[in-house]
Design a binder for this molecule. Structure first.
Ligand code: FAD
Ligand code: NAP
Ligand code: SF4
Length: 713
């Protein structure tokens, strides 16, 4: 085990001869949506500058299309003209001013494009993308190849220190490599030597064009995780050829998009795939970088200490905390805001066409818009509720200089995150609680736990502002038998650990219904932290010898300990409202564990026999020992009225403000934004001016936020 503050390997520079990476941390490529934003490059410049300032060794941008047909979707960012190149100068300049290095990622989506001009080696459609691809002629293969070379040269003239050639994840290069998508009979298909010519030519032609003093990272699919993917021998053959072609660094890619195996979500164990990088590292002599679910300095250091990699690539952790490396260097591990792998504000946003951010750091990609400036006059603020909303508010307000006291009825901070972290696969949520605890101390927030606060106390203590972050209460059910002894709330189960029988019906299939099902369906092994069990559960070859890492390997799901029904009234697919990039994982897990998901039903009553429902026109009794209510929540804001009556300025955030569709992303974002705005939000009593104008009596109401006193607050 690595002791804290001992990250020598991670913090060591990497000397490439003509340049030096200041640490072993690569900020991995992530599409953030700034690539296409009309003011995106300016925002991106500050986004990356913050990470360069934070000590990252090499930054890799989101993917840029290398030709119009290479684009991910209509209007996706390209690097094809001199004008494209010129516009990027602001990005490279800002990163260099902060002492960092930056490479542009070159991407050709191939058949994974969301537009009708999608291309591929052969006319074989991806199972999960809508457009049948046009099969490239030999001349068109040449054109796409030259697109990569041209884009690399343009990147060089914008000031980039290198490029990353995006080889994995089922994009065009991967499509050439696999017989699953390449059934050509010319010199680009057939044997593996022919199929790998495409990436090898790309690297060798780029090297020839850009000269020796330019970084070429090749991101190589080390595990395709699809049947028909590369064999281990082919992967090694490619890596050696890429090295000979002139690559500087080989980075790890895991899984095609169409693979039905989670590769980065929070239930994937930390560093789950580092051993495949370690296996490849033995085969080449250039530096290799590990990736996927590496989110803490100690995990990263361990990979380097175990000689599994020379570098560690982290993408989402750099959204969560731009100062990750500096904090590791200066002994502030506890203050690193750790990525919890939720995907809620990053990848889910990307897949919805929205700008990425981060659930635990709403400033990510909003560096120029959400700014925490010091206050000119500190206010005395009470925050009631130490859930994500109250914590985020307290830390940002205190950081800006306000005098904050935070109350919670519970004996620990974290609010509902204390329940979330108990769900198998969500253990990472503890990291957010730890981070906030360290920040509360750093910014001297007065924390009062174990005290249920009433309005009188807040009124008597004369606060300038009161923030109600009191969260929610679970919704009661209006149903005959709702008070039957077999009925439990999700808090009875998760928080109070009340005994639950072998046969269970869960009313409500939202995020919490799924989590309770996961909690109850789990066997003895905690797969979330155990790589071997994770590999077995998802059918991955632990030795990486099977083709694609999966061919011929049978998933080995533990026998489930209970019979579980997960129920909803809506007729939509159960779990349709879950996260874009994680919902399918939850649904697959439920199916694998034998959970019966029923939709389009109505509830009739609960009695000794069980839960009576109507499914279609059929009355049915689910003979269960327990019925668990996960039917949403209602805001808890009973303090609002007495405080307002006493003329105390009150703000509601998180669940206290709105329970519907509440999640931690909204709670933290709202808390942070309110704290950032506090000095502008002076709530004064209403002032009514009465006057006579042209013989007519008039009045002017000057309301709360119109205040010339802004600047002094
Ligand atoms: P809360 O977290 O509810 O905190 C409110 C706090 O106020 C509590 O600590 C309470 O003790 C305190 N309080 C209330 N009244 C008083 C009073 N009078 N005096 C003092 N203290 C008081 N969200 C996600 O985004 N992603 C997930 O994956 C996710 N998983 C979840 C899994 C589970 C099992 C659960 C239960 C929730 C999950 N959530 C998830 C939801 C997320 O936790 C909530 O949206 C978030 O916690 C709401 O934050 P909040 O600060 O508004 O309220
Ligand atoms: P939710 O997502 O709103 O789901 C509540 C469920 O209860 C719905 O499926 C609804 O479905 C049902 N329901 C609502 N009113 C009902 C009633 N009167 N009687 C019976 N059923 C009723 O809320 P939640 O599951 O409690 O989750 C709370 C929040 O936490 C969510 O907004 C979610 O974003 C967040 N969370 C997120 C995750 C995650 O993985 N991202 C995990 C956990 C929680 P029908 O009306 O169709 O029956
Ligand atoms: Fe990590 Fe979640 Fe933030 Fe994405 S939104 S960077 S997964 S913490």
């Amino acid at each position: 085990m690595i002791k804290s503050n001992q990250y020598e390997k991670l913090l060591q520079p990497l000397d490439l001869g003509y340049t030096q990476l200041r640490s072993r941390v690569i900020m991995g490529s992530m599409h953030t949506g700034l690539e296409e934003h009309y003011e995106g490059l300016g925002k991106m410049a500050e986004f990356f500058a913050a990470r360069a300032r934070g000590g990252v060794g090499l930054i890799i941008t989101g993917g840029y299309g290398t030709s119009p047909r290479a684009a991910l979707g209509p209007g996706s960012a390209l690097m094809v003209t001199e004008e494209d190149s010129r516009k990027h100068e602001i990005v490279t300049q800002r990163v260099h001013e902060e002492g960092g290095l930056i490479a542009l990622q070159l991407l050709n989506a191939g058949r994974q494009a969301y537009h009708p001009d999608a291309i591929a080696p052969s006319a074989i459609k991806s199972p999960i993308y809508p457009f049948p691809p046009h099969p490239l002629s030999e001349q068109e293969v040449e054109d796409e190849l030259e697109g990569f070379v041209n884009a690399a040269a343009l990147a060089q003239s914008s000031g980039y220190d290198g490029v990353e050639v995006m080889g994995p994840e089922g994009y065009l290069i991967n499509q050439f490599l696999s017989s699953r998508s390449n059934q050509r009979e010319d010199s680009w298909g057939g044997s593996y030597e022919n199929r790998m010519r495409f990436p090898v030519e790309i690297v060798s032609r780029i090297r020839k064009r850009v000269g020796e003093k330019f970084i070429i990272v090749y991101r190589l699919s080390m595990l395709d995780l699809v049947p028909g993917g590369s064999s281990w021998e082919e992967t090694v053959m490619l890596a050696k050829a890429i090295e000979s072609a002139g690559a500087t660094i080989i980075n790890t890619g895991i899984g095609w998009h169409e693979a039905r195996i989670p590769t980065i979500a929070t239930m994937v164990p930390r560093a789950a795939f580092s051993s495949v990088t370690g296996k490849l590292k033995k085969e080449v002599s250039i530096p290799v970088s590990a990736s996927n679910r590496i989110n803490t300095p100690e995990v990263a250091e361990q990979i380097l200490a175990d000689n599994e990699a020379d570098l560690v690539s982290m993408a989402r952790p750099m959204l969560a905390d731009p100062e990750f490396v500096n904090k590791a260097r200066s002994g502030q591990r506890a203050n690193i805001n750790i990525c919890i792998g939720c995907n809620q504000a990053c990848l889910d946003h990307t897949f919805m066409g929205k700008r990425s951010s981060c659930l635990v750091n709403p400033r990510a990609c909003y560096e120029t818009e959400l700014v925490y400036t010091p206050t000119e006059k500190a206010k005395k603020v009470a925050v009631v509720g130490a859930g994500p909303a109250g914590l985020a508010f307290s830390v940002v307000a205190a950081q800006r200089g306000h005098n904050v006291t935070l109350f919670d009825a519970s004996n620990e901070i974290g609010g509902q995150f204390n329940y979330a972290k108990q769900i198998p696969g969500k253990e990472e949520f503890q990291e957010t609680i730890n981070y906030f605890r360290a920040e509360l101390e750093k910014y001297a927030v007065t924390v009062c736990l174990g005290e249920s606060i009433d309005a009188d106390r807040l009124i008597n203590d004369s606060y300038d502002e009161v923030i109600l972050a009191t969260g929610i209460v679970p919704r009661d059910l209006d149903l005959e038998g709702a008070d039957h002894q077999k009925v439990l709330s999700y808090l009875d189960v998760i928080r109070d650990k009340k005994p639950v029988g072998k046969r269970v019906a869960i009313i409500g299939a939202g995020g919490i219904g799924f989590d309770v099902a996961e909690f109850l369906a789990h066997g003895k092994t905690n797969t979330a932290l155990d790589k071997k069990s994770f590999f077995e559960e998802w059918g991955i070859d632990v030795g990486f010898t099977a083709r694609g890492g999966v061919e011929g390997i049978k998933a080995d799901v533990e026998p489930f300990p209970r019979e579980i029904y997960l129920l909803q009234r809506k007729s939509s697919k159960v779990g349709a409202g879950l996260g874009k990039t994680t919902g399918w994982i939850h649904r697959t897990t439920m199916v694998n564990k034998g959970v019966k998901m029923l939709n389009g039903l109505s509830y009739q009553k609960i009695d000794d026999a069980g839960l009576h429902i109507t499914l279609g026109d059929e009355p049915r009794c689910l003979e269960v020992d327990n019925v668990i209510i996960c039917a949403g929540q209602e805001s808890l804001r009973s303090l609002q009225e007495p405080l307002e009556t006493a003329n105390i300025p009150v703000h509601l955030i998180g669940g206290a403000d709105k329970a519907l569709e509440l999640d931690a992303k909204r709670a933290i974002d709202q808390g942070s934004r309110l704290a950032a705005e506090l000095q502008k939000w002076m709530v004064t009593p209403r002032l009514t001016l009465k006057f006579v104008h042209n013989g007519v009596k008039k009045w002017l109401l000057i309301n709360a936020y119109f205040s010339p006193c802004y600047a002094q607050l």
